[in-house]
Design a protein around this ligand. Structure first.
Ligand code: HSE
Length: 403
């Protein structure tokens, strides 16, 4: 019998217990062993909970119990989850997590400890909720050199943008709607400012490129500034706007960003709506592969955690080679050196500024969507170059464009 502990009994932690109980028999068949929860660590009071006898407030109970071989960390945040995870791994216990913040920040170190101890640190649920993505990248696509990952990695923002495009709602109205439906938190900053998607693209790219992609070096713009005027421009260009996390490797350096991006409606990520996530992976042997599904939610995310627990129980004495190394040098290319096409909104009249616009941007397609401004589509240029040109006109904003 495999004994496990759950640290953090919030939405995902309680979902893990639910999945383990609901699917007890089939899970036991899959691991040729039963999985029993011996402890649940949470500082809150659960004396009325039907599982109250499992609760402890003392981490040492779990750390020092030789019977516990796998620990689920669904506490979130960096502290004390980092300290707890490190001590558990050093003690030889497998750890499974949904904590993207911790994996993005300390993954390299924690994976190194797991490797040295011949155990596992697993994090399928940290990206894409219930969508299998970590394991496929590490196993099924292992024969490929992955060159690029492009994804809609945050369900809340995808829901908001879908509502803005399909129902003509302002950002604030669509956000309120997302909160009422339970998608967005009361404090929605991590989602709408892009930090959640940033951690996720950092984890995916670290895994496939084998070196830590430092999330603090990834330019991250959220969707809080996207307006219905931007929606109209995008529509006029036959496009939608999505919050896109992207990482591409070239000459052993990574170009990575999280930003609202205009995608042609024919792009394979453009049709991904509502709270769904879509992740497009480009491999040198397989070409393009798409992963699609619900990127959040109690049971989808818990099912990914439990799948990792099952893997640990099946491989108690074997490391699964999830790994990326810490790097000293700048692996992530500064954002200013990224190249793309951009929609630029410029205040004033195009007629009066035509010569300057042509000198700066060449011949461009011009769109008049709103009184007192116009939009142009640039050719491919670096962000640094674009910023310099934008200083020379009354630029309102830029939005990246992928066709
Ligand atoms: N808040 C995230 C989302 C789910 O909306 O996609 C957890 O990563």
């Amino acid at each position: 019998m495999a004994k496990i502990a759950i640290m953090g009994f919030g939405t995902v932690g309680s979902g893990v217990l639910e999945v383990l109980e609901t699917n007890k028999i089939s899970i036991a068949e899959k691991c040729s062993d039963t999985i029993t929860v011996k402890y649940i660590l949470d500082i809150r009071d659960f004396s009325e909970d039907p599982h109250h006898e499992l609760f402890t407030k003392n981490f040492e109970d779990i750390l020092n119990d030789e019977e516990v071989s796998v620990v689920v960390e669904t506490m979130g945040g960096l502290h004390p989850s980092y300290d707890f995870t490190k001590r558990l791994l050093l003690k030889g216990k497998h750890v499974v997590t949904s904590n993207k913040e911790l994996v993005a920040a300390y993954g390299a170190e924690l994976l190194q400890i797991a490797r040295e101890k011949d155990i596992n640190y697993m994090f399928e649920a940290s990206v894409g909720g219930g969508i299998p993505i970590i394991r496929p990248l590490n196993s099924c696509l292992a024969a490929n050199e992955i060159t690029e990952i492009v994804g809609i990695l945050n369900g809340t923002t995808n829901y908001i943008l879908t509502e803005m495009f399909e129902s003509g709602k302002e950002f604030s109205v669509a956000l309120k709607d997302a909160q009422d439906k339970g998608y967005a938190e009361k404090n929605p900053a991590a989602d709408v400012e892009g930090h959640d998607a940033c951690r996720k693209i950092a984890i995916l790219s670290s895994l496939v490129f084998g070196k830590r992609v430092d999330y603090t070096k990834i330019n991250t713009d959220g969707i809080t500034d996207i307006t219905l005027t931007d929606v109209k421009y995008a529509e006029a260009y036959g496009s939608v706007i999505k919050l896109i996390g992207r990482a591409k490797i070239e000459n052993d350096r990574v170009f990575a960003s999280v930003e609202p991006t205009m995608l042609k409606t024919s792009h394979s990520l453009a049709g991904i709506k509502d709270v769904f996530n879509g992740i497009l992976v480009k491999g040198n042997a397989i070409g393009d592969v798409m992963f699609y599904g619900r990127g959040a939610g109690k049971l989808p995310t818990a099912s990914a955690v439990v799948a990792d627990v099952i893997d640990c129980v099946r491989n108690l004495d074997r490391n699964n080679h999830y790994f990326w190394e810490e790097v000293d040098t700048d692996f992530v290319v500064p954002y200013d050196q990224n190249t793309a096409k951009f929609l630029v909104r410029i205040a004033g009249s195009y007629k009066e500024q035509k010569d300057r616009i042509c000198n700066l941007f060449g011949e461009t397609e011009v769109l008049q969507i709103k009184e007192g401004e116009f939009g142009i589509m640039t050719s491919e240029m670096t962000v640094a170059d674009l910023k310099e040109k934008m200083k020379q006109v009354s630029a309102i904003k830029k939005i990246k464009f992928i066709d």
